[in-house]
Ligand binder design. Structure first.
Ligand code: ADP
Ligand code: MG
Length: 308
């Protein structure tokens, strides 16, 4: 399944789509089929270092993961210096999509549909023991038909491929849960649910929920909304490396409705269940999909999953 370098020549490189932490993403056209793809080049740390077999295993797992809400990985091209991942091409990402609606706002049905798809995609990942760990609007792709696809699984992050940090780009804190900000090393599926909550609120308000500029500022913004947590209600808190009982002002918290006035009651209830500081209280993707907020999801959307 890992292909020889010559396979790259099958693709005609078009424009650059993005440049992130680990490499460059190009739009490309397969020369014979004229099909469009996104080629993600990952720089490896050193030329003599191969790719650990565990990483290859993880990539092949993603290749097997065929779901309407996960970007299709068509191919993996591996030369000793580079790893090129060949993905289906998708028109835009959620950040650009939201920008287009800055003035008129996003239709509540569109928000609901996108959130449903986001949860469907992450549910299948979690079922396969894959954590995303970097969910944010730039890493969610939206097709012309309004199908959402999870992208940028950071195979690098997750599996110890020795990659080079390409741009020294600052990793955004805005979608990071408080337990991780407080130094928890215990990554679990709940990390992705927090991010999804932040994205949900951002689709409603068309601005980021917690745009912090440092870890402390990020936590402060979170606690202002959720209330500053305490060991009585969250026993694991005392064990987190960066938690000090008197380091944070004791905020009482705010009703979510003040922050997302456009969201209906069921939506606010679901959002509240995602934005729990204690990761063990956070709703799972599976339970989230069964929340009454989704009772009026159209059948056309459900049809998408009938063969899955
Ligand atoms: P990284 O953030 O590690 O650089 P990403 O996989 O997130 O890499 O890709 C960077 C950007 O390129 C994305 O935010 C998106 O705008 C664009 N992009 C990524 N994958 C695709 C794809 N399959 N189709 C279209 N655009 C893509
Ligand atoms: Mg990205």
């Amino acid at each position: 399944m890992v292909m020889k370098n010559s396979k790259l020549e099958r693709y005609e490189k078009l424009n650059k789509l993005g440049e992130g932490t680990y490499g460059v993403v190009y739009k490309a056209r397969e020369k014979t089929t004229k099909e469009l793809y996104a080629l993600k080049k990952i720089r490896l740390e050193s030329e003599d270092e191969g790719i650990p077999s565990t990483a290859i295993g993880e990539i092949s797992l993603l290749k097997e993961l065929q779901h309407p809400n996960v970007v299709r990985l068509h191919d993996v091209i591996h030369s000793n210096k580079k790893l090129v991942l060949v993905f289906e091409f998708v028109d835009q990402d959620l950040k650009k999509f939201m920008n287009n609606f800055k003035d008129k706002g996003l239709d509540p049905h569109i928000i609901k549909s996108l959130l449903y798809q986001l949860l469907k995609g992450i549910e299948v990942c979690h079922k396969n023991k894959i954590l995303h760990r970097d969910l944010k609007p730039q890493n969610l792709l939206i097709s012309k038909e309004c199908i959402l696809k999870l992208a940028d699984f950071g195979l690098a992050r997750a599996s110890g491929i020795p990659v080079k940090n390409y741009t020294h780009e600052v990793v955004t804190l805005w979608y990071r849960p408080p337990d991780v900000l407080l130094g928890s090393k215990h990554y679990s599926t709940s990390i992705d649910i927090w991010s999804i909550g932040c994205i949900f609120a951002e689709m409603v308000n068309l601005k980021p929920l917690f745009p912090g500029n440092s870890e402390t500022d990020e936590l402060k913004r979170i606690f202002k909304l959720t209330g500053t947590p305490c060991v009585e209600k969250w026993p694991g808190l005392a064990d987190l490396p960066n938690w000090k009982a008197d380091a944070f002002e004791k905020y009482p918290g705010e009703p979510l409705q003040n922050i997302c006035p456009k969201l209906d009651e069921l939506g606010l209830d679901l959002l509240g269940k995602m934005l729990r500081c204690n990761p063990q209280e956070r709703i799972t993707a599976k339970a989230g999909l069964e929340h009454p907020y989704f009772n009026d999801i159209p059948d056309t959307l459900k049809k998408l999953y009938q063969s899955n």
